[in-house]
Write a protein that binds this ligand. Structure first.
Ligand SMILES: C[S@@+](CC[C@H](N)C(=O)[O-])C[C@H]1O[C@@H](n2cnc3c(N)ncnc32)[C@H](O)[C@@H]1O
Length: 232
């Protein structure tokens, strides 16, 4: 499978300066990766281990803090949490958070981030596969950012079915969705908005949609904040 997060520079990177997970530019050439299947933890392990994480925001998106600040704290699930910036932020505001990632290297990055912070003891961090993990307590908000677009399009039906299973009536699925023409190359795999609505609407109603600021160049102009509510 072709892979934009493999050995090609992304839009915000100079060809010889891949972003590292610390946000600094490296002078090393973009790595040539051995793994090509984003369905596997090894694909993501390799990118985290080689510090090639061009999706990494190095912090929390403004749309996320705006949304969370308007809600009463409730159990949140963050699938594909990466470095867990949002989990840390929520915990520091008193939210109960479960953050999962199936990549051992991603979980290690999350642990390293959390280790430097105070007030994050309530983050429940697990190395786990979204498609089989059973969160406790059940979430009232499932946060999406750069997770759906990390999955091959062939897994979109599975994503929606699992979201529907995990979300009790009234539970929110809200976050940043990467919208656009679906290409064969990825990740990230953009999704046409009409397809997203067709997939989710049997289970969720879209109750809010808004433009966002502060997107990384790789997502710029194509990220939107969508809030879906699980139907009864
Ligand atoms: C593009 S990264 C985004 C990370 C994070 N959400 C962020 O915004 O920085 C996608 C993440 O999803 C994780 N992932 C992919 N498939 C997964 C699955 N089935 N279960 C759990 N995590 C998964 C990967 O390991 C990777 O850390």
């Amino acid at each position: 499978m072709a892979d934009k997060w493999a050995d090609k520079p992304v839009a915000h990177q100079a060809a010889d300066t891949p972003l590292t997970s610390g946000g600094a530019a490296s002078t090393a050439a973009p790595p040539a990766f051995a793994t090509r299947d984003p369905n596997t933890p090894e694909f993501w392990d390799e990118r985290f281990e080689r510090r090639f994480t061009p999706w990494d925001q190095q912090g929390v998106p403004p749309a996320f803090t705006e949304f969370a600040s308007g809600l009463t704290p409730c159990p949140v699930l963050i699938p594909g949490c990466g470095s867990a910036y949002e989990a840390a932020w929520l915990a520091q505001q008193g939210w109960p958070v479960t953050a999962i990632d199936f990549s051992a290297a991603a979980v290690q990055a999350a642990r390293a981030h959390l280790a430097g912070l105070v007030g994050v003891e309530t983050v429940h961090l697990h190395q786990a596969d979204f498609f089989t993990f059973e969160p406790t307590p059940p979430p009232r908000w499932i946060y999406e950012r750069a997770f759906l677009c990390a999955l091959p399009p062939s897994r979109r039906g599975d994503y929606v079915r699992r979201m529907a299973e995990l979300a009790a009536p009234g539970c929110l699925l809200a976050g940043l969705f990467f919208l656009g023409q679906s290409g064969k190359k990825g990740p990230p795999f953009a999704i046409v908005e009409a397809e997203l609505h067709d997939l989710l609407s049997p289970y969720f109603e879209c109750i809010d949609e808004r433009a966002v600021s502060g997107s990384l160049a790789v997502f710029a102009g194509a990220e939107r904040w969508l809030t879906w509510r699980r139907l009864s």
